[in-house]
Structures are given as structure tokens and as C-alpha cells.
Ligand binder design. Structure first.
Ligand code: ATP
Ligand code: MG
Length: 283
């Protein structure tokens, strides 16, 4: 059978995490920076390394079956593809920003103003939804310097920490969309056996990342209190220890709740808490 093709960014902000995710899925391939295509030796898949802007169209047109790309790029290219899985990395927000000292205080004051951006499609949609007619100036890079040069009254760009805005004398004004990397697929191919297999592998890696494996010791008297703190877990394993009256509890804790939960467990009598990373969780 012909191998599937997955397109990922060749170099840039999403490259490393995309490669890491595929490797964590157990896929074995060479990550040559110089080649456009790399075969996977233990799965019917080939990896295409592309500029991120090209990925949505390649997937839509069937040159690649799957792709990993930022939602912002998908929205900007307005392609018709299936969203298969959010991937939890490459998070950012696209915002309208104003020069410090701008008189604009509310959205409707953007009426008639000029806004520089590399994302004209997303901006145009947002302005139309808000019934604002503004002059969109499309430029391919260094959008943040345009108000300083007198080229625009505002900008619309990707912001993560806000450091670039600040150093260019700009301030965030309105959040338009938030974005993260997603796995996309060609329409109609979602149920392909190998696509499903890959999605399941990706999900098991993502689930494992969100959780930690925890082993703790507790006396029999404190056990009910400890078990009450571990809701939602179907069956924490409780194993007897050599010392009578003591047990070991094995369980899985969500990363986001982690430190809070650990201190509650300690307060309830947990001792010798060991925390381990999980590689995969297969349901
Ligand atoms: P390419 O050479 O592949 O066209 P690029 O320069 O267009 O790359 P990058 O800067 O590598 O793109 O960003 C890739 C994606 O990473 C963005 O489209 C966005 O989804 C995401 N991203 C996350 N944080 C940021 C950020 N602070 N700035 C820019 N992009 C970010
Ligand atoms: Mg790009």
C-alpha cells in the first residue's frame, strides 16, 4: 500500500515540537534538514518538510494526507481540511495593537484607520463581523515597525509575550483569535486505517504528557482520606507493604492540578511520594 504523507514545518517555531511528537509516537525517521522528504522505517508514512504557509493547501489538494500547522495559517489560507487533533504547542494570540499614545479607545474608532498585517484574511473577517471598515495594509514581515514609520495607525499580528510590541512602542488593544498547532487531514480520509492509527498514537502521547504517575505510602487509617483526594481515577491500585498497617497507592494525577494535589496528599498522611513521567496512555 502507498505510504501516507504528513507535512510538517521544515524549520521555524513548530518544527522541533512536530518532530518530537512524531518520534514520541514511536515513528523512526531521519530528520535531515536538507531533504524535503523522509521515509518512516516502521510505519507506512513519509514526512514532508515544508514552509508552514504551504501546508494547508498541500493537504487540501491531496499532495499530503496530513499536516501539522498553526490554526492561524489554516484560517488565513481558508482551506477546506479536517481538523483532526489539537496538539497543545505553538500557542499564540493574534491581536490588534496600537502605538502608545494613540487616541483610539474602542473598537469602532478603528473605522477609516489603516492597519498593517500579514494576516489580511483573518483581520478582514474580524472587521466585517464588527462592522468596521478599515484600510488593511498587507505586508509580509516586520509589521510592528509600520506605525513608527507612519505607514499605519495600528497593526494586527501574532503576540506571545508582548515584548516585541513593547520594544516598538506599541500596546495590545484587541484579541482577535488564539491559535495552537493542530493536526489536519484531507477531507474524506479521516477514517483511513493508518490515519486513525496515527491519531490514536498522538492522543496517547498527549494524554501521557498531561499526567504524572504517582506512588505514595500511607497508613491504613489515613487511606480513606487519601482515596477521597483521588477522584476521577477509576482504580488507584492499593498494594500492601512489608510493614503491616501500611499500603502503597499507585495513581495518575493531572499535571495542571499537580502541586495542589501533592500538598493535599501530604497533609492527609501520604509519605515517600514518588512521581514519574508517563510515556503513553493507551485507552
Ligand atoms: P516558515 O518559514 O515555515 O514560513 P514562519 O516564519 O512563517 O515559518 P514561524 O515564525 O516559524 O513561521 O511560526 C510558525 C507558527 O508558530 C506560527 O504560524 C504560529 O502558529 C506559531 N507561533 C507560536 N508563537 C509564535 C510567536 N510568538 N510568533 C510567531 N509565531 C508563533
Ligand atoms: Mg510562514
Amino acid at each position: 500500500m502507498k505510504p501516507l504523507k504528513i507535512a510538517i514545518q521544515k524549520s521555524g517555531r513548530l518544527n522541533e515540537k512536530s518532530v518530537e511528537l512524531l518520534k514520541n509516537c514511536g515513528l523512526s525517521f531521519e530528520n535531515y534538514k536538507s531533504s524535503l522528504i523522509s521515509p518512516v522505517s516502521n510505519f507506512p508514512l513519509e514526512i514532508l518538510f515544508l514552509r508552514d504557509d504551504d501546508i494547508p493547501e498541500y493537504v487540501q489538494d491531496g499532495i499530503a494526507d496530513l499536516g501539522i500547522v498553526g490554526e492561524n495559517v489554516i484560517m488565513e489560507t481558508e482551506v477546506d481540511v479536517s481538523y483532526l487533533q489539537r496538539l497543545g504547542f505553538g500557542k499564540c494570540t493574534l491581536k490588534i495593537a496600537l502605538p502608545n499614545g494613540s487616541e483610539i479607545e474602542e473598537l469602532k474608532q478603528l473605522e477609516g484607520k489603516s492597519i498593517a498585517t500579514s494576516y489580511p484574511v483573518i483581520l478582514d473577517k474580524f472587521l466585517r463581523e464588527n462592522k468596521i471598515s478599515a484600510d488593511i495594509r498587507t505586508i509580509s514581515g516586520s509589521v510592528e515597525i509600520s506605525p513608527g514609520l507612519g505607514l499605519s495607525d495600528a497593526i494586527f499580528d501574532i503576540v506571545s509575550t508582548g515584548g516585541t510590541l513593547k520594544s516598538n512602542g506599541l500596546k495590545p488593544f484587541a484579541d482577535v483569535i488564539s491559535s495552537e498547532a493542530v493536526l489536519i487531514g484531507r477531507k474524506g480520509e479521516e477514517n483511513h486505517e493508518h490515519v486513525q492509527d496515527l491519531i490514536q498514537r498522538i492522543q496517547s502521547v498527549l494524554r501521557a504528557k498531561e499526567t504524572k504517575y504517582v506512588v505514595l505510602n500511607v497508613s491504613q487509617e489515613c487511606l480513606p482520606e487519601i482515596l477521597k483526594l483521588l477522584p476521577g481515577v477509576k482504580s488507584p491500585s492499593v498494594l500492601p507493604l512489608a510493614e503491616s498497617g501500611w499500603v502503597a497507592v499507585h495513581t495518575v494525577i493531572p499535571e495542571r492540578d499537580f502541586w495542589n494535589k501533592i500538598s493535599q496528599l501530604k497533609a492527609a498522611g501520604a509519605q515517600g511520594i514518588v512521581v514519574m513521567p508517563i510515556e503513553k496512555i493507551i485507552l
